[in-house]
Design a protein around this ligand. Sequence first.
Ligand code: KIV
Length: 269
Amino acid sequence: MKRLTVPDILARKGGTPMVVLTAYTAPMARILDPMVDILLVGDSLGMVVYGMESTLGVSVDMMARHGRAVASQSKHALVVVDLPFGSYQESPAQAFATSARILNETGCQAVKLEGGIEMSDTVNFLVERGIPVMGHVGLMPQRVHAMGGYKYQGRNEEDAENILRDAKAIQDAGAFSIVMEGVKESVAHDITTKLRIPTIGIGASPACDGQVLVIDDMLGMGGYIPSFVKPYAHISQVIEQAVKTYGEEVRNRTFPSDEYCFPYRKKTP
Ligand code: KIV
């Protein structure tokens, strides 16, 4: 199976919407890889995998470790790894060092960073040195404190204009696609039609060129589920039922039954 490339993703602008999901572990990457266009090793792993309250505590070491696990099981999707908070905002040189480390250590194909016009020099610096960059505008979780919470963005005309300005700046700096998070449909539509690069929406309506969801949210793994997420499964209930049955069978000694015991066990009187 041929791996999708950055030019393949660019060519999807305005075509069949792209399917993007986060993945943080090798077994999940193995399942998702043939079915998605992009696997995103999001820094949401801080909250989803490590139980943090925000993504701010995620380190480059964590991203490198999970990025490697995901990339090791991927043959088809483009694998994008998030640059975590504090690892790229200081300067283009800092962003290059972090991105180079992540590409070297994980085998992923691109990095993602949050920010608008203020990050455009950094995006340009990376792209000119051969590092494909996915942007991220609108609701930017790494700025949760500055934004006063995880709030929908682009509520008034001025905010909507700013998001468009940010998205254009990131595109013009050379990004190959851009995540738009938590924006109104009218804003997502306007930006998607005005950009040359594909937009990937999360809580941003079907107007985008693709959709991304956090895998644990869409599988119904439990915990808080944002209102824009459709639970395609209720895996936490499946796990609860399986563990309940296992617990009962261990306690009443019906597990392990003969078929799950080594032969010598059967011979024991
Ligand atoms: O970290 C992440 O999972 C993300 C997606 C929500 C887009 O950035």
